[in-house]
Design a protein around this ligand. Sequence first.
Ligand code: PEP
Ligand code: MG
Length: 325
Amino acid sequence: QKKELFSLKGLAARTKNGQTIKLLANIGGPWELPKALEYGADGIGLYRTEYLFLNRETLPTEEEQFQAYKEVLAKMEGKPVVIRTIDIGGDKNMPALNLEPEMNPFLGCRGIRFCLKNKALFTTQLRALYRASVHGQLKIMFPMISSLEEFRAAVKCAEEVRAELIAEGHSVSGRVPIGIMVEVPSAAIITDLFAKEVDFVSIGTNDLIQYTLAVDRMNKQISHLYSPFHPAVLRLIKLVIDQARKGRIEVSMCGEMAGDPRFTSLLIGLGLESFSMSPSALLAVKKQIRALKNSTAKALAKKVLALSTAEQIRAALEDKEERSD
Ligand code: PEP
Ligand code: MG
């Protein structure tokens, strides 16, 4: 079966009707690039930059970050690379940052909230990103955005950094799209408003599930409640895709659901055209895509959205996956 998957490497991610789906890779650092390239990723849909800050006493310098971002951009040779600004807090604590303990870290000072409170750290990362922007096709993505005000404040920082670099004589790419992770329900619900201001959105289902269902993604006691099949999760995903398409902005998905072949047909049926996942999942998802008729995907989406429980939805999707094998 592995051999069969490997035979898909050079083939297009195209449905039976000829619709091309973008398959991007999630990476945690430059060391995952060879695998992403080997499995034929069309680009990087999520570069988690947290690793630069992990397990160390001091913060990474602008130069160190610049080198890492430049390496990824250069090695992707002009393919799009979405680099997410640091997403710390919650489950991702970092000794170098001396974070204060919080009662509810997942609802606390994490992601963009942390960056907006620690401007020097944020600015250093943004400087490194914009300096690296001339080495490839960079897109910047902010995590944990929950309101327009937050997005605007982050963009203001980015614009200031950009102007400062230009004033210093650095060269900076003329066009660096800025987008957001949609992983907080409040952001999902106002996707139509975001669509007027952002260049793209990427659905982060790992957090979107935890915040929609009020189920801590790390808590083993309640892991049975953490379900991507919950109808509320699917309705939110549909809302984000619909509103992003209506607002004519690019929409992608970079949470675990994107790399789970049980959801491939459903998501395409809902109108998703771009998926980002761990490189090792790319071929199994491509296999689903190549076997898919768009009319079947549409019908599946309609059927699944009419179901009322996670169990019914799981059964419908798993049954469908078995039959396509
Ligand atoms: C997500 O929340 O779906 C996501 C991709 O981000 P992370 O897993 O890094 O929180
Ligand atoms: Mg997340």
